[in-house]
Design a protein. Sequence first.
Length: 310
Amino acid sequence: MTKTDPAVDLAPLTESVVTGLPPEQVRDDRRKNAFRKPVSSLIRHAILIAAALLMLYPVIWMVVSSVRPNDVIFREPGIIFDSFEISNYVDGWNALSYPFNTYLLNSALVVLGSIVGNLVSCSMAAYAFARLDFTGKRFWFAIMLLSIMLPIHVIIVPQYVLFSQLGWVNTFLPLIVPKLLATDAFFIFLMVQFIRGIPRELDEAARIDGAGHPRIFLQIILPLMVPALATVTIFTFIWTWNDFFSQLIYLTKPALYTVPLALNAFQDAQSATDFGEMFAMSVVSLIPIFLIFLFGQRFLIKGIATTGIK
């Protein structure tokens, strides 16, 4: 004879005693709940998939339109691959004054300089606010947080006047040099929150061994900040790659155009806009963002979760 599990046999009786319901009704309720859970889970997943497809529809439509003839894009606004015109990519690559790889390279240079600047300057500023004691620390930290509330349109005019006097207009310097001065207060705040979560006992142990602040920062704090640094890298890449306003202000020569300016150049007010070529180059410009988010998503989620930012 097989011995039955007492926990399984007595579960309905125990629940019956607790709830005051008959054991038969308890068993029926347990069967109904066992059936409802898969059904409710299936419904939730169906709703989430439908919402995801709804949000992705503009991107899917752009990808489909990038391989359609120009006269069919708005005449048949569907998402079915009824035609495949690879010529949009070939013609769009060479449609402007320079090949599109020139604009990709310009954006890559600006993005790389911005990432290096933010990682170096913002991490050092965050370490100072999180670990050092100096006069007016709370005041300057509050000023730094207040700078987050300033829109770029407020400071762009005085910045343009300053950079124009320095002769930096039509160069990449106005887009990169401010990053070396820790001007992105959001990233400083993010790193400050992360550093505050690192035990101070590590600093004290290193200080007992004779390490100063530079060595503590480089050998103790910085290696532990990898999730926060990865988050800053991803955000900086996406925001700089998609930046249009600042690059439009400082870059007026076609040879210095970045990807957003190049895509804007496809719109010609004097003649018909070739939307097929513009959509094709838009798809090309989305590939770096998609790849950086795909490979850095794990670090992005971990970095945001460990900094306490909601």
